[in-house]
Design a protein around this ligand. Sequence first.
Ligand code: NAD
Length: 411
Amino acid sequence: MRSTDSTRIYFDRAAEELDLSDNMRKLLLTAKREVQVQIPVELDSGELTTFIGYRVQHNDARGPLKGGLRYHHEVDLDEVRALASLMTWKTAVVNIPYGGAKGGIALDPAARSRHELERITRRFVDAIHDLFGPDVDIPAPDMGTSSETMAWIMNQYGKYHGFSPACVTGKPVEYHGIAGREEATGRGVGILTTKLLSRLGKKLPGTRVAIQGFGNVGTHTAKFLHDAECRIVAVSDATAGFHRAEGIDVLAALRHAGANRGRLEGFTGGDAISNAELLAMDVDVLIPAALGGVLNASNAASVRAPVIIEAANAPVEPEADAIFESKGIISLPDILANSGGVTASWFEWVQNRQHYQWGLNRVRQELDKILGDAFEQVWQLSQSRNLPLRTAAYMVGVGRVARATVLGGLA
Ligand code: NAD
């Protein structure tokens, strides 16, 4: 199923519950602007190659556009379009004053040298620098990009527009970033997992967790839940997967990946498993934290975890969602589960604009409060209307954007 068809199905269900008019639905489903640019770059070999970059600016009814930049070989306009709309609902669910956008470049970052990635990023900024900025659209890291990528973006943007640290978030702490942003998505996943388990009457210590993806989000999620005394029994990434019933030594896995260009390949602290085996594992909590669409019609029936936390964007396709609902499997939807990243990005943007820095404790406290409030609102709505958490989260997000659209007026 195309990515936009999946997100449309989730949107429609909430729009139905909210009783939105057809005209409002059309407006909310249409992107404000979509851009595709060519990025001609000379590779280290001297060969000239042209990459394709995208930025989809979905909706800015509630504030400047906000969303990550993904480097992955499967990036295409349909995927970026769907991810941009998720950002609109996500910023609205946590009630921060942003709209939604997403960008991407179709490339395999592992196959490119650091210098090539820097040149590609700077050429991309050359192509779109008039379309983003602190009050317009603020990119951030996503799959395949890092704080270093964000530093290149800020630096290149500054060549056109002057010193503008708030033009991008997720920057290195030593280069106008903030303490607590890098960990924020995974930490948020951990916080929301504990809140959901507590609402379900389950205890954290000993809870068996499987995590797919061991990048920014997966590693910080693993660390947070490990510190909370959960048992991380399985981890995987694009290169390998491991299982250990007594619990993986998360710190050893982090050290291994840290010394191995972020890869789990070659880790010796567990039995080798495939990604398919990880998703079907007998655990208490399953956390997809890598690609979209990994839980779909072909494998949903084999999922045994009673709780799924959608740390990745769009990891559950609608056919799988229907199977989970019929089996009583509870899914915490992406637009809430991974909202810690954009929330901390908002803190970074606020501090950049004030030329002021909060300490890590304040960042964590504010993050806990915003995520806690958003979770409670979604949980209460799902309970009072007897709806899945996904529909409740979409209702909160879509409802806020629809209201802002009416209040702002169209004339
Ligand atoms: P990352 O590039 O840091 O890590 C991605 C991880 O996924 C890596 O460990 C990689 O090996 C693994 N992976 C890639 N392909 C895989 C495959 N086929 N099977 C198993 N593992 C695979 O990316 P990230 O920033 O951690 O993002 C992960 C997910 O979280 C994405 O869906 C992203 O959109 C979402 N997300 C990220 C942020 C953020 O702040 N970084 C915020 C919100 C949502």
